[in-house]
Write a protein that binds this ligand. Sequence first.
Ligand SMILES: [Zn+2]
Length: 208
Amino acid sequence: MSVLPKSVENVINEFSKLPGVGPKSAARMTYHFLRSPNKDASKLGESLLEMDEKTKFCVSCFNVTDQDICDICSSTQRDHSTICIVEEPLDVVAFENSGIFNGLYFVLGGVISPAEGITASELRFKELEERVKSVLNESEKKLELIVATNPSLEGEATASYILDIFDTFIKEGKIHISRLAMGLPTGADLEYADRLTLKRALEGRRDI
Ligand SMILES: [Zn+2]
């Protein structure tokens, strides 16, 4: 027999699936909602449902948006010959908030991580290839790809993988690939980097 009602257990289970949340924190969060007099649980539920219904991934860069093609990709004010490859949508937010980058983005959806069982096939490398090919078809201009994965072992491995994918295009001189400078400390998370650190990392980007 379970001590807790099934409905409470379900919420604890859902919270414990969140990144960085263990069973104890999940239980604490659940009790917070149980005790809350302000219908916080309903508000959270409604916000999650609304987010689920209204948001999707941009068909071009895979950033989160409420349109088919996001505002960044459809903007004519931005440099369409530079694409910054990031791990997650929050990295796009970090760059946009810093106001230091005027190109486009591509969100990979993570990094290759054998330790966590994440292989290349689970990330958007195929979509990245298609995107690059379509940009090259549309414009004669040389395309710059800036690999902005986090400065971690996985981030570096992912950068090498990207380099391999585009080997032919690089040799043909159609693409130039660079990597964010290591002004970012190893193990740092891009989404938490401050404006100056991001700016230095972008300006000091090096060929790979
Ligand atoms: Zn987009």
